[in-house]
Write a protein that binds this ligand. Structure first.
Ligand SMILES: C[S@@+](CC[C@H](N)C(=O)[O-])C[C@H]1O[C@@H](n2cnc3c(N)ncnc32)[C@H](O)[C@@H]1O
Length: 247
């Protein structure tokens, strides 16, 4: 049934909420600090931000995901754009990355660190950074501390580790990073760039799998997430964190 899930998430501009202007903003903040030579994008999906970073820097980029068809989508674009010498894709599990230690100036992970866990990612990925290297992480956070039950229950299941902005910031510092900047993604970043294209896929998949109750369960689950956001966008959202390792 995973196949249905991936089908709904394929052929999308991106697989998570985001905004190219925030990706570029984070990149520019780091460019002011260092000459970026190597970037590792963890959980890159079909490469929206990896390609944006390639177009807006001269860095070499290693884009990692564990779903090869997403990486195939990237590779196709890279060849068409002629940047396949600077952006390489690698199919690996973010929980057990087998990559050169101490190589990267920046680890980039938009909407993906929750998969390994925020704290885990900050601690386990540091070994791939150069000393005092940077991370750009985007993660879902509670913006209000009293979410309605239906929202709380949904996210307790989907992302049990979801924290408030203050809790995330505290954890970043506890893990030995300095917060260089942080900013929130607007509701448009969710709807225009992610949920609306996804909602179109959900609509098509519902028709295709009308007689398949197991598939419909998965598809309806995605629609519930979208509908909750339309109803409660003030209560939660995505935060970008630009952080630097103290070591
Ligand atoms: C929410 S999407 C974000 C994708 C992309 N960063 C974006 O913003 O469009 C999470 C991505 O993590 C990938 N993923 C899930 N589990 C993974 C794992 N264990 N190791 C590596 N990638 C994983 C998924 O295939 C998916 O592409």
């Amino acid at each position: 049934m995973n196949e249905i899930f991936y089908e709904v998430f394929s052929n999308l501009p991106r697989q998570g909420p985001g905004d190219i202007m925030l990706t570029i903003k984070a990149l520019n903040i780091i460019k002011q600090e260092i000459n970026i030579e190597q970037i590792l994008d963890v959980g890159c999906g079909s490469g929206f931000q990896a390609i944006a970073i390639a177009l807006n820097s001269s860095a070499e980029i290693t884009a990692v995901d564990n779903y090869q068809p997403f990486l195939d989508e990237i590779n196709k674009q890279l060849v068409e754009m002629g940047i396949n010498d600077r952006l390489k894709t690698v199919c690996q599990n973010m929980n057990s990355l087998d990559l050169p230690l101490g190589k990267y100036d920046v680890i980039w992970s938009e909407g993906s660190i929750y998969i390994t866990g925020f704290e885990n990612g900050l601690n386990n990925w540091r070994k791939f950074l150069k000393p005092k290297g940077f991370m750009v992480i985007s993660d879902a956070n509670w913006f209000k501390s009293n979410p309605p039950d239906e929202l709380k229950d949904f996210w307790k299941n989907e992302y049990p580790g979801m924290m408030t902005v203050e809790e995330n910031k505290k954890l970043i510092k506890k893990c030995g990073y300095e917060i260089i900047d942080s900013f929130s993604l607007s509701a448009n970043g969710w709807m225009n760039n992610y949920y609306y294209p996804l909602e179109k896929n959900v609509y098509k998949a519902r028709k295709k799998y009308i007689n398949n109750s197991e598939a419909l369960n998965i598809i309806n689950g995605v629609q519930i997430e979208i509908d909750l956001f339309k109803k409660y966008a003030d209560y939660y959202g995505y935060m970008f964190y630009v952080i630097q390792s103290k070591k």
